[in-house]
Ligand binder design. Structure first.
Ligand SMILES: *Cc1c(COP(=O)(O)O)cnc(C)c1O
Length: 473
């Protein structure tokens, strides 16, 4: 068995793959947004493949691509108005292919100096974009926002408790408490579970009418902590909540944190993309005073999954949190002014995550991104206008292209949103979701695709109007 195949076979395989991908990429709109969720059928298809002696490569590729095409929500579809899953841009797709082929090991600088330096360069660019002090800041690529938020919790613990790395929670005399809004992402609770705090110690603060964290209540809750048994560890502000795209008042949170000596983390997994547009970046005011930031490039920068950054204005903290000395890791680079990625990160062996961002910047530039972000914000505005013209009412308030809405006539009818959502998903022309705002269900549509234009939005409006009319009759 030749694991490499020969040149002719490789070219044939690549050719098949590239034809299939090209077909999907150019005709994405012809696909159904919604897959059939037939569990038994999917399991049978997988179980019928011969994994003992293997199969012919072209047949294998046919099987994989048919499986993905028939049984996925097509997030790259221009009418996927869904969660923050983008259409992956071509530069990022190519980067993942190149990364897999060269398979650089980014754990140690000396194994992959070009790749590590590319990531370091990009981290510095993000630090500047978000307005952190380049001389005093640091950061690392992570696999996603969940890993970045966990990194933030661990950094805050190690910053506050000098012996945390050695003694862990056992060394603390008070229970650390994390504050965030009720609209914050649940990866915060997950991070508290993994870090060993327990999710009971995530205190979620109610939101104001405009769905931002209530900073008066936040201040009150911090004051009300029993400070003989509990101590405030960090406040997490969200820039672009997952449900409604709301940006918390980051300046106000920052002031509260400064006053009380609390770590201020901004979860800008989605909304951080606003920093790339001079029209939009004002909504992130206050982020530059944060102790740390989460930003997912695999959301608004439309690179393939597994690409996020954690940034911090505490240059020493990643090293303090993650450094381990070993005998077997290469040491040649120790004298140089470099960072060993394995000692700054939860991960050890590391994939070249940052190449997807680097190739995108090489292909499109920050200027290209600014255009794309502005286009998507404009499409959000267009959707809001069209909805209002058609007697739908907007229930959230944000400059980001996340729109939560319901219809004047059916605002208090819970069955309305459910019925219409089921019908829209069953038809597979568009993908939207339902999100409850203060317990009232609303439709949620987000522009996540740089290829979504007025045409697709008009089609969505038409579909919504038709469904509403059918429900009414
Ligand atoms: C998506 C998201 C996360 C989780 O990030 P992953 O990349 O999915 O791990 C965290 N916070 C917010 C606000 C998000 O939108």
């Amino acid at each position: 068995m030749n694991f490499d195949f020969d040149e002719k076979q490789r070219k044939e395989i690549l050719n098949t793959v590239s034809q299939k991908i090209e077909h999907f990429y150019t005709n994405t709109k012809d696909y159904s947004t919604t897959p059939e969720l037939n569990l038994q059928e999917i399991r049978n298809i997988i179980a019928s493949e011969n994994l003992v002696s293997g199969t012919e490569p072209n047949k294998a590729i046919e099987h994989i691509i048919t499986g993905l095409e028939n049984y996925s929500v097509h997030t790259p579809h221009p009418k996927y108005f869904g969660l923050f899953n983008p259409r992956a841009n071509f530069a990022g797709i190519i980067a993942d292919f190149i990364t897999a082929s060269y398979n650089p090991q980014l754990a140690a600088w000396s194994h992959a100096p070009f790749a590590v330096e590319v990531e370091a360069h990009l981290i510095n660019q993000f630090i500047e974009k978000f307005g952190l002090n380049p001389k005093k800041s640091d950061g690392v690529f992570t696999t996603g926002g969940a890993e970045a938020n966990l990194t933030a919790v661990l950094s805050a613990l190690n910053n506050k408790h000098p012996d945390f790395a050695k003694n862990g929670m056992f060394g603390l005399d008070k229970k650390p408490v994390i504050f965030c809004s009720q609209e914050a992402h649940h990866s915060v609770q997950k991070a508290a579970k993994i870090a060993g705090l327990g999710y009971e110690f995530v205190k979620t603060i109610p939101t104001t009418k405009d769905l931002k964290i209530d900073t008066d209540l936040l201040e009150k809750e911090i004051k009300n902590l029993n400070n003989s048994t509990h101590s405030p560890l960090m406040v997490i502000g969200t820039a672009g909540t997952t449900g409604t795209g709301t940006v918390d008042d980051l300046e106000a949170i920052s002031k509260i944190c400064k006053k009380n000596g609390i770590w201020f983390h901004v979860d800008a997994a989605y909304g951080g993309g606003a920093v790339l547009s001079s029209n939009l970046k004002h909504i992130l005011k206050g982020i530059s005073a944060s102790d740390s930031i989460t930003f997912d490039a695999h959301k608004w920068m439309s690179v393939p999954m597994g690409t996020s950054v954690f940034l911090t204005s505490h240059q020493e903290i990643l090293n303090k949190t993650f450094r381990i000395t070993t005998e077997y890791m290469p040491k040649e680079a120790n004298e140089l002014e470099i960072v060993e990625p394995f000692s700054h990160s939860i991960q050890w062996s590391r994939r070249f995550i940052g190449l997807k961002v680097y190739s995108s910047l090489l292909f499109y530039g920050w200027n290209g991104y600014e255009k794309v972000i502005n286009h998507q914000a404009k499409m959000g505005e267009y959707l809001r206008t069209k909805l209002t013209e058609n007697n739908w009412i907007i229930k959230n308030s944000t400059e980001l292209p996340v729109i939560c809405f319901t219809h004047q006539k059916f605002e208090s009818d819970a069955n309305f949103t459910k019925t219409i959502l089921d019908n829209i998903l069953a038809k597979g022309n568009s993908w939207i979701s339902v999100y409850p705002i203060k317990n009232v269900p609303t439709f949620r549509a987000c522009i996540t695709n740089y290829n979504t234009t007025e045409t697709e939005i008009d089609e969505l409006i038409e579909e919504l109007n038709k469904e509403r009319k059918a429900y009414q009759d």
